[in-house]
Design a binder for this molecule. Sequence first.
Ligand SMILES: Cc1cc2nc3c(=O)[nH]c(=O)nc-3n(C[C@H](O)[C@H](O)[C@H](O)COP(=O)(O)O)c2cc1C
Length: 143
Amino acid sequence: MNEEKVYHLSYVSTGCDCLKFEDIKAILESSNANNKSSSITGILVYCNKHFFQILEGNKEDVVELFEKISIDHRHDGVIKIQEGFIDERKFDSWNMAFKSYNKELKALDNFNTEEFYTYINQKLKNGKDVSLQILSDFFDLNG
Ligand SMILES: Cc1cc2nc3c(=O)[nH]c(=O)nc-3n(C[C@H](O)[C@H](O)[C@H](O)COP(=O)(O)O)c2cc1C
């Protein structure tokens, strides 16, 4: 995408106890549709009830989406990790990439493990970024 200023924001949260495969599938489907219409890209990682998400796009759109996500009852304990302008999108091929570390959710992944590792580390070579570093370190620890 050709654009001047890309804003990104990352956070962690904890999914509610009742979250099932169908709920995560529904979150991903609406995220992909909504994000496409507002040119938001990013990644959502799920592990053992915890979410880690990176959102990228126009600042107003990213901030507005984060406000909606923060009050979503399907998760709580939302803690923002990073936000600010970046040189370029890191996930421009995905309106919402998804990587799960729970085997019952593997069918929803749109990254395979090898591809994920190579992709994240390739992007890290272009410059430091704490959110990508978290993804890379997390992968190193969890496979
Ligand atoms: C962990 C998590 C991540 C989410 N990520 C997104 C997202 O990337 N894009 C999005 O539109 N909604 C996302 N949602 C859903 C929003 O909280 C909210 O339900 C949705 O934006 C409302 O969309 P609607 O106005 O079309 O009903 C997420 C929800 C959760 C719990």
